[in-house]
Design a protein around this ligand. Sequence first.
Ligand code: GLY
Ligand code: MN
Ligand code: MN
Length: 408
Amino acid sequence: MIHQNRRKELLSQLDDDSIVIVSTNPEQRRNGDVNYPFRPHSDFYYLTGFNEPEALAVITSSSYTILLRPKDKKREIWDGERLGVDNAPEALNADKSYTIDLLKNKLPKLIKGYKSIYFDPKPYSIDDEIIKILANKKYKSLGSILHEMRLIKDSDEISIMQKAADISAEAHKIAMQKVRPGMFEYELQSVFDGYFKQHNSEHAYTPIVAGGKNACVLHYIKNNKVLKDNDLVLVDAGCEVDCYASDITRTFPINGKFSKAQKQIYQLVLDAQIAAINNIRPGAKINNPHKAATDIIKQGLIDLGILQAEGELSQFYMHGTGHWMGLDVHDVGKYKDNDKHREFTPGMITTVEPGIYIRSDDKIDPIYHNIGVRIEDDVLVTEDGNTVLTRSLVKEIKDIESIMQLQK
Ligand code: GLY
Ligand code: MN
Ligand code: MN
């Protein structure tokens, strides 16, 4: 029903003579006979809820057709059961279903008479076939309409994302209690690997577990160094539940106690993060959180003598303060309208993730060298302000230190 309602809502925004064509991902080969775990394409999944590779949905105001892999006794012994053409109409609420190998034959008939074709080609073979079939017919961007729908989460999506946030928050709490000097970054990562799997979820992205100076490498994913006494560790890890993401970063002392310099930098990031969250409400411009965060971090770094008044903040804070989150961890949806930042509206979910990264070649007091701090929460815009989905996870210095006393 959810998916049917979404298809209806999409069509209500298109002219009557429109047809929507959307395919899912193929299997991706890792090496030899081994595939990566399959994940559907988010646009396709949003409209169909169907979780098999090599499928195509064709949607009009009068019919919903699905093309999918045929039943195949031999392949099903190796790869598991397939839904199959006969079961698809009832299982997916489709009017018609065909095997995907009939694409060349069926698609030209399905599109006949429709004036507006909505289709976003991806670099995969089904879409290459579709491009050939459409020949010189023009098609319009499906994403420009569908992604605005995906940006505003409905109550089902919000409850799944709350579940993902809760699982990730609990894993971060356990990691705070398990970390020890001498442990490897990958050992700490294994807390997330295990906890996510135990809760039937996946990593929504490759986790970052970065001790000391590694935290200053923004996309550090090697996670193979020793965690040292007196260093901080930055962990950016979030799970995906039913294809919906969570995205949390916490930074904490490996030995359970922040040093004075670490506290100064951490508190600055926390103040910036809280100010940014307080700027999220319906009607507020979506760049207000970034402005609030950068104002606080800039002044704080000047006060600490780390940044000159005329210096560039980007030396220490070089990324944005948030991004949309949903089926994709960096989710779809525009940030600007006619080149102007848009406003928050209820149902949007954004991350809030300011940071400060001080490398050893930065010419400042060495007590601040190799400190990298980011604090990231997931925030839902509500009718009267916002709800932090990841609120169950501590982030105040005293709360982190006290939770870390309860070692596991
Ligand atoms: N974990 C990816 C990000 O924070 O944007
Ligand atoms: Mn993020
Ligand atoms: Mn993150």
